[in-house]
Design a protein around this ligand. Structure first.
Ligand SMILES: [Ca+2]
Ligand SMILES: [Ca+2]
Length: 100
């Protein structure tokens, strides 16, 4: 009877250990976000102007730095949808200059 109880405790302990290990493994899994995903604060797959005009800490920009970012944003937004798709973001800065 005692051995039987011990076996149950053993199994419970081992399964708990496995769960803890799985949790640990999941924790150690690096969550790598692309720069695009970092900017896309609401995760809708597009970076809006307000999502783009933030500083490195994610705080909204004001004044001149914001204006400068807005300008860059518009050059990246090749289809003028006021949001950057992953494709536009990838090609940012590679847009050919608009003909005069
Ligand atoms: Ca977004
Ligand atoms: Ca766009």
């Amino acid at each position: 009877m005692r051995n039987w109880l011990l076996a149950i405790i053993c199994v419970a302990f081992v399964s708990q250990g496995a769960t803890a290990f799985a949790a640990l493994a999941q924790k150690e899994k690096p969550v790598k976000k692309t720069p695009f995903e970092k900017l896309d604060a609401d995760g809708n797959g597009e970076v809006s102007l307000s999502e783009y005009c933030v500083d490195t800490k994610g705080k909204p920009l004001e004044g001149k730095p914001k204006e400068a970012k807005e300008k860059t944003f518009k050059t990246y937004d090749t289809d003028n949808s006021n949001s950057l798709s992953a494709e536009e973001f990838k090609l940012k800065g590679k847009k050919p200059k608009a003909p005069k």
